[in-house]
Design a protein around this ligand. Structure first.
Ligand code: 4AD
Ligand code: MG
Length: 430
């Protein structure tokens, strides 16, 4: 066919007259006189009707159509309230591009098999909508950083030493030596900012955590920001601005996808800066009041983090100034109370921790002392400390988990639905 094809979305916008569309068979049913094909492209689905009398020569082919076969169609579009998306195309010309084999996904397929067939499952309306929203999230984060004058700067994914440290690091062979998959861009960033001042990156981070929760994957996409001269308050403002910008963009670009996912659009519209800010101390008091078994000085369990966001208007909430013993060697000290740090976690309802940030400790001696006390050897990452040797400046940064943010927007109950190919302790294929 020589036709000029348009998307199903645009065909529906046109609403009447002749249209040429192409895509995949989403559903089909028929009799010996008629065939109803619901056609799917990346933008939507639409019902198409083929009458045997119009396609005598092609009828065998049409009759044998299977789900996910690819086809091209020219026909008359009109409104039809009985059709799944309110429009129907009465087909005038039909071309089979590829007759699909029996599709190995149907409603009886279990979770495990869906995982094996993830590359096919991505064709589902849910996953297509999710991937489009994810794409907007990534684009909007770049846009926000660009608007704020940040420099995007990449760090390597493999390195001679672990960044955050701990046991959660993947080891890989590196020409007879050991390398480690990056957990965070932060050590590099704290050096970059002495050049570009305001830096960010969006890249995968790797965590060899065995946790099988809906909120953990072993490879996640990490939005990380580092800002010279910024204090904790500024750091939180930047995180907040990015989040608000992204949500506005998704509401503008992805209404169709949000509707497909039956996402809570009102929840998204309600997001406005500034988000609520509470101290760690207040957070613990609130949890105790609500009957949680926790005391001052304890770390939060992720269920407690999810509850906290619920208790505070079921909205994003910043929890600041955790006790120093819960923090890492690079966290700064709160000048108002040095037993607490200049850090924050942003909690999202239903998700828990979504962003982790802090004003960093600028003083080399303090850091060296803490490393000694905690018996941490930075090893090949000792270069990190050069950021404190040659013109150390106050600075802050944060990391946001893209999948946690996207899953919150979509209202998913697992972040695995917000990444095309989730990596978990038991799944690294496809
Ligand atoms: O809290 P994390 O470990 O903080 C850091 O890595 C800092 N170095 C970031 C920085 O200051 N530049 O990770 C940051 C965020 C978390 O709040 C969470 O949203 C996400 O990354 N995250 C994960 N997302 C999915 N699966 C996992 N296993 C994750 N681990 C962390
Ligand atoms: Mg954290």
């Amino acid at each position: 066919m020589e036709e000029k094809f348009i998307s199903i979305k645009d065909a529906m916008k046109k609403g009447t007259g002749l249209v040429s569309v192409r895509g995949w068979v989403f559903r089909e049913r028929g009799s010996n006189k008629m065939k109803f094909v619901v056609l799917r492209d990346s933008t939507n689905i639409i019902q198409c009707v083929l009458k045997k009398e119009d396609f005598e020569k092609q009828w065998d082919e049409i009759d044998s159509l299977k789900i996910e076969s690819s086809v091209e169609i020219v026909g008359e579009i009109k409104k039809d309230e009985r059709a799944p998306t309110g429009f129907e195309i009465s087909v005038k010309k039909f071309r089979l591009i590829h007759l699909a084999e029996d599709y190995p996904i149907n409603k009886d397929v279990n979770e495990e098999l869906l995982g094996d067939r993830r590359h096919l499952w991505l064709r589902s309306r849910k996953m297509t909508a999710s991937m489009k929203i994810r794409s907007t999230v990534l684009f909007a984060l770049h846009e926000c950083m660009h608007n704020l004058g940040y420099t995007e700067i990449q760090a390597p994914s493999m390195s001679g030493a672990a960044s955050e440290g701990g046991s959660e690091v993947f080891e890989v062979g590196y020409f007879g030596k050991k390398a480690y998959m990056t957990q965070s861009w932060q050590f590099y960033a704290e050096n970059f900012i002495n050049a570009v001042e305001n830096a960010y990156a969006i890249a995968p981070s790797f965590r060899a955590e065995k946790s099988k929760t809906p909120w953990h994957v072993t490879e996640f996409w990490h939005f990380e920001v580092e800002t010279a001269w910024a204090d904790l308050a500024k750091d939180m403002e930047i995180a907040e601005e990015c989040i608000v910008h992204v949500i506005k963009k998704v509401l503008k670009e992805n209404l169709t996808e949000l509707e497909i996912l039956e996402a809570d659009i009102e929840k998204l519209k309600k997001v406005k800066a500034p988000f609520k800010r509470i101290s760690y101390k207040e957070a613990i008091e609130t949890l105790i009041k609500k009957g949680h078994k926790i005391k001052q000085g304890d770390d939060f369990k992720s269920a407690e983090e999810r509850s906290l966001a619920k208790y505070y208007d079921d909205a994003f909430v910043f929890v600041t100034n955790y006790p120093m013993h819960l923090l890492k060697f690079y966290h700064g000290e709160n000048p108002k109370d040095p037993t607490t740090g200049t850090n924050f976690n942003l909690l999202a309802p239903g998700i828990g921790e979504m962003v982790d940030g802090s004003q960093r400790e600028p003083d080399l001696d303090k850091i060296v002392e803490r490393l000694k006390k905690a018996e941490i050897d930075l090893g090949a990452s000792d270069w990190y400390l050069d950021s404190r040797r040659y013109g150390s400046v106050p600075h802050s940064g944060f990391g946001l988990g893209i999948e946690r943010f996207a899953a919150w927007i979509c209202g998913f109950d697992t972040i695995k639905d917000s990444i095309p190919f989730p990596r978990t302790p038991t799944r690294f294929n496809p």
